[in-house]
Design a protein around this ligand. Structure first.
Ligand SMILES: [Zn+2]
Length: 194
């Protein structure tokens, strides 16, 4: 049986802001692979949006911890015992994790998330006139995605949605740039070797 020494910091604005959890016994390696946040050593229990969703469903400490910390500690134990990746999908992190989370929440493909985010940034009446990004070939007003986008608006504010969109747009651009750089480097190396 593995034991964890944990401290839970409850912010004054709880349950609007999630608690922050630390592991103090040195059992969990302070590494991104274990979903430990590099900047303060707190445990990364999920993306901000995912945590807010849990808090909305369980606005008390016990419910929050049962749905975030418990699966996290289970995943840590499995990883410590057997290695390999984290066993829990909901603990994905980084831009990719946020993209997957949003795609799951909205019930659409990852490639449609950016278009859905753009609609979430519009007022409902305006967004409803636009073509739905889910692939249904209808206007958003006639698709159930409308409700899920409204739900996303109610969970976050405009600034957060904008910063998510920027992260996906510029994150993708950055990946393209890295790939181009890699190809140029490889081509240069080939030229040098001939
Ligand atoms: Zn649709």
């Amino acid at each position: 049986m593995r034991e964890f020494q944990l401290s839970v910091h409850i912010p004054p604005s709880f349950p609007n802001v999630p608690p922050v959890v630390f592991e103090n016994g040195g059992v969990i390696p302070c590494e991104p692979d274990f979903h430990v946040n590099g900047h303060d050593g707190s445990l990364c229990l999920g993306s901000p949006l995912a945590l807010r969703r849990v808090l909305r469903a369980h606005p008390e400490l016990r419910g929050f911890l049962v749905h975030t910390l418990r699966p996290y500690l289970y995943a840590v134990s499995v990883k410590l015992d057997r290695g390999g990746p984290f066993v829990f999908g909901e603990l994905r992190h980084g831009s990719e994790g946020k993209l997957q989370d949003l795609a799951d929440d909205l019930g659409i493909a990852e490639s449609c998330v950016l278009a859905a985010l753009n609609l979430a940034l519009l007022p409902d009446e305006e967004a409803c006139e636009m073509p739905c990004p889910c692939g249904c070939a209808k206007a958003l007003a006639e698709c159930s995605l409308r409700d899920r986008i409204a739900d996303l608006r109610s969970l976050s504010n405009k600034r957060e949605l904008e910063s998510l969109r920027d992260e996906f747009v510029y994150g993708g651009l950055l990946a393209d740039l890295k790939e181009t750089t890699r190809q140029i480097t490889a081509a240069t190396a080939r030229l040098r070797s001939t």
